[in-house]
Write a new protein. Structure first.
Length: 317
């Protein structure tokens, strides 16, 4: 006769929860073990893939904030499904997986817009510029010569734009020094030496940033970088936003150099939206600009013989 009671059986314990070690570096003897969360990757390859996804998200402006065994989630709610990434990159060689993951995440996740404070910081990065004197009003900056005016510029989307109302930012007095420092931080212009008849040399400075005229503000530093000093000043001419030409004054050859600069600036092909006047200036050692050309009644630009005569006399020519 069976007993009326049975010894109670012990309730089996629940299955252990998976360890939350998917972000941990596995022991060296377990690098090649299958990863329990992202098969068929090894534990080391799975950890590398998580790192690559994290890096790709951060590069798109989505820093990850939550890691789980099967996904990475950002503050904006963007979720990257890790098993899907594993399937999509299964046939990719390990040495190319990082690039493949970056391309895949870029297709799945949109580029995050820059935060407002980043845009505000960009808009405050002013550069000292030079524009034609008659292009805008007096409020944009100080008059450098009858033909050129200083101004503040800002580079947005790769394009240099004039700040039309610098008073909104405190005026030149408030930001001029930092704007000049910004010119010194621009990439050095390409330097070309051009020989003219009579042994006269012209130095051609070209850029691709639309800020070649800005180099007038820091010309002494540029001359020093190419091994030249201008004790007596320089003749300068602006063709367009990406080209500036000059001649280092050394003696009576200044007249031939002025003719060569005038010929260069009047025959240079126009580039950019801003037409610069075809005038040549003498830049004194202290930075002051004096035109050595004038506009004739017929509208053509010609050398000012009286200015050049005084300059030659001062040079002892």
């Amino acid at each position: 006769m069976p007993p009326f009671w049975r010894r109670p059986r012990r309730t089996p314990p629940p299955p252990p929860a998976p360890a939350a070690g998917f972000l941990d570096l596995p022991p060296s003897d377990a690098f090649g073990d299958p990863d329990p969360w992202l098969p068929p990757l090894t534990r080391m390859h799975a950890l590398a893939l998580r790192t690559e996804v994290t890096r790709a998200l951060a590069g798109l402006g989505h820093p990850p904030v939550t890691h789980s065994a099967h996904a990475v989630t950002t503050a904006a709610g963007v979720v990257v499904d890790l098993p899907e990434v594993v399937r999509a990159t299964a046939r990719v060689a390990p040495q190319r997986r990082a690039a493949a993951v970056e391309q895949l995440v870029a297709r799945l996740v949109p580029q995050a817009p820059p935060p407002p404070h980043a845009l505000a910081a960009l808009e405050r990065r002013f550069v000292a510029g030079v524009v034609p004197a008659g292009l805008l009003g007096d409020e944009v900056g100080a008059l450098l010569s009858p033909h050129l005016r200083a101004c503040l510029m800002v580079v947005l989307d790769g394009e240099a734009r004039v700040v039309r109302d610098p008073a909104e930012h405190g005026g030149w007095e408030a930001v001029g020094a930092s704007a000049l420092d910004a010119v010194r931080l621009l990439a050095p212009p390409e330097h070309h030496r051009v020989g003219l008849q009579g042994g006269v040399d012209l130095h051609l400075l070209t850029t691709g940033d639309g800020l070649a005229p800005s180099r007038l503000h820091v010309l002494d530093g540029i001359l020093a970088s190419i091994g030249t000093r201008a004790r007596l000043g320089t003749l300068v001419a602006v063709a367009h936003a990406d080209a500036l030409a000059l001649h280092v004054v050394t003696g009576a050859s200044v007249v031939a150099a002025a003719r060569g600069l005038l010929a260069w600036v009047t025959t240079s092909a126009a580039r950019g939206d801003v037409p610069y006047p075809a005038h040549v200036h003498l830049r004194a050692p202290d930075g002051r600009l004096t035109p050595v050309t004038r506009t004739a009644p017929d509208g053509t630009v010609r050398l000012s013989t009286d200015v050049l005569a005084r300059l030659v006399a001062d040079l002892g020519g």
